[in-house]
Design a protein around this ligand. Structure first.
Ligand SMILES: [Zn+2]
Length: 285
């Protein structure tokens, strides 16, 4: 490697303040900050103090990819996942839970722009039977199957199950849930199949989210510094805007662009109150 290039790579390390590395300070913290729970900032630029850890296996759910250490959240989020699990168990099934947040929230070096404030959780569409607990190796290995045929703009009917709709509806009808992100093709299919579409208001169309849905909770009462999102417009959202989403997703699948790894979100945008969360003491274990 030419010496100039080598120096250029080393310099930010020597200065110790490269913005690209800042996100890693949050991913390097292994445990939550002790003390009372508090969400600071927004879903895509925030952090969480006093987070709880989701037990990796519970009644009706199991956490996936635990090696990432992203199974932390505000206690309301932990309680929400556990309740979703119990209700799924009552239907004879088990939910597979994706990422929540890092122990103190903050930006992740890969995978998400949000999930920063301990109020977001990804839930796989794929479910397992209630009695089947995956091995630790399988929780790291099993793939998350897509539920859509994007090039056709249609649901993959051979994979979709009414159970997945039940889980979505249950989440959407929970008062602590602010909104849910799903692939627009999935929302469109629900617009066509549901007779009562009132619960679809909280189900928002987005890119990706064809193998999991993303649940976002409202700001908890204990968190004065939590920054809410703009309210969702009224109505089920089964409209022209949704049709445009589906058209764009289908078009993107038909003529895919070469994949460019997105820049990780910067830690520079976090509220200054998050500095104390990052640097404060760990809960005694
Ligand atoms: Zn997500």
């Amino acid at each position: 490697m030419p010496i100039i290039r080598c120096l250029a790579l080393l310099l930010p390390l020597l200065l110790g303040s490269a913005p690209a590395l800042a996100g890693n300070a949050w991913s390097a913290v292994a445990y939550p900050l002790s003390g009372s729970p508090q969400v600071i900032g927004s879903y895509a630029a925030g952090c969480v103090a006093g987070a709880g850890a989701l037990p990796l296996v519970g009644d009706g759910y199991q956490a996936m990819r635990p090696s990432r250490n992203r199974y932390y959240g505000h206690p309301k989020l932990i309680a929400f996942v556990e309740r979703m699990g119990r209700e799924t168990a009552a239907r004879g099934d088990r939910l597979l839970i994706g990422d929540l947040a890092q122990p103190r929230g903050g930006p992740m070096p890969s995978g998400h722009r949000s999930h920063q404030s301990g109020l977001d959780v990804d839930i796989w569409f794929l479910q397992k039977p209630r009695d089947q607990v995956l091995s630790r190796a399988d929780t790291e290995r099993i793939e998350m199957p897509s539920m859509v045929r994007a090039t056709e703009g249609a649901l993959n009917a051979s994979r979709w199950s009414p159970r997945y709709r039940d889980a979505l509806k249950q989440a959407a009808q929970s008062p602590e849930v602010d909104r849910i992100f799903v692939n627009a093709i999935i929302k469109q299919a629900l617009c066509q199949s549901e007779t009562d579409r009132s619960w679809l208001n909280k189900v928002r169309p987005w890119w990706g989210h064809d193998s999991h849905f993303h649940v976002r909770l409202v700001c908890p009462r204990d968190s004065a510094l939590c920054q809410p999102q703009k309210p969702i417009p009224p109505g089920a959202g089964c409209d022209a805007d949704l049709a445009n989403w589906v058209r764009d997703i289908r078009q993107a699948a038909l003529s895919p662009k070469p994949y460019r790894r997105p820049e990780p979100p910067s830690a520079d945008r976090l509220p200054t109150a998050c500095n104390a969360v990052l640097n404060g003491p760990t809960a005694r274990r």
